[in-house]
Design a protein around this ligand. Structure first.
Ligand code: C2E
Ligand code: CA
Ligand code: CA
Ligand code: CA
Length: 277
């Protein structure tokens, strides 16, 4: 009966979780209003060590708690719908950065990848929002890359593919994030307007010690290359990992071996000191 359900619903442990979630939600609203969010940037590098772009990673700098990981607050932002305004802020900030890079011949070639969550991508006006932001900032849309996960795409393949196609027409690129951790079928993969597969860091971590991981990584690379996609590996921390990846034709990397995600000032300094040209 409903009585029994009610008792179960007001389980104190569950209520505590709920309260924490509600506090986090109201704090997230404040964070947005008070501009406590910041984008950090992690460079992406080719086999010669040239910086070809970066991934924008969201940081919440709380006045009392300090850094709060996106792994902690993105799920709550998704559940409460706050991911929509937060995600729009991320896109605007990223495009503003691309605009700055575009003005300087030394940085005009750089691409910037942003993570877009399922709920954000599935908004009916997502294509219009992105189109508007790209136009307002007057950026070259081919420098903007959207990272989607397999689950975002597979949630509603037809609608997602349609949106991806519209954005691709605009020039925007797509990378499939965390590749290998989801359930993509090869049939989908070939139909999606993707530019890049991103090998998940969980496969990269033990690449040199774990034969299964090595096999998976080799398979992902050849799959991607055979479909005409770029393949990038994330979580590259060691020279041995890079060696393996290069030997198997994955020629783009992201990871602590090159740089952690850093604030824009750090990135600008890094780019200014980059003598790769
Ligand atoms: P992700 O998109 O898979 O991002 C890669 C994560 O790996 C980042 O964690 C990055 O800091 C970390 N990482 C990079 N290189 C290395 C490495 O060499 N070793 C190790 N151990 N880790 C490395 P971060 O910044 O904490 O972000 C976590 C997740 O939060 C992201 O995973 C992404 O799913 C989500 N996220 C971050 N920013 C945004 C955003 O603006 N919007 C949305 N929707 N999600 C975001
Ligand atoms: Ca990502
Ligand atoms: Ca990932
Ligand atoms: Ca991830």
């Amino acid at each position: 009966t409903s009585g029994r359900n009610a008792v179960r619903f007001f389980d104190p442990a569950m209520q505590a979780v709920l309260v924490v979630k509600m506090m986090l939600e109201s704090n997230l609203r404040v964070a947005l209003a008070l501009e406590q969010f910041q984008l950090y940037y992690q460079i992406q590098v080719d086999a010669d060590g040239n910086v070809i772009g970066a991934e924008a990673l969201l940081r919440w700098i709380h006045p009392d708690r300090g850094f709060i990981s996106p792994l902690e607050f993105i799920p709550v932002a998704e559940q409460t719908g706050l991911i929509i305004p937060i995600g729009t802020w991320v896109l605007e900030t990223a495009c503003n950065q691309l605009k700055k890079w575009g003005r300087n011949p030394k940085t005009a070639h750089l691409s910037l990848a942003v993570n877009v969550s399922a709920k954000q991508f599935q908004q009916s006006n997502f294509v219009e929002t992105v189109t508007e932001i790209v136009r307002l900032h007057n950026i070259n849309p081919t420098r903007l890359k959207i990272e989607l996960t397999e689950s975002t795409i597979l949630d509603n393949v037809d609608a997602t593919t349609e949106k991806m196609q519209q954005l691709k027409k605009l020039g925007i690129a797509f990378s499939m994030d965390d590749f290998g951790t989801g359930y993509s079928s090869l049939a989908y993969l070939q139909k999606l307007p993707l530019n890049q597969l991103k090998i998940d860091q969980s496969f990269v971590r033990d690449l040199n010690d774990d034969e299964n991981d090595a096999t998976i990584v080799r398979a992902i690379i050849s799959l991607g290359l055979n479909l005409g996609l770029d393949v990038i590996a994330e979580g590259v921390e060691t020279v041995a990992q890079r060696r393996f990846l290069i030997d198997h034709n994955c020629l783009t990397f992201q990871g602590y071996l090159y740089s952690k995600p850093i604030p824009i000032e750090g990135l600008d300094a890094l780019l200014a000191g980059d003598s790769s040209d």
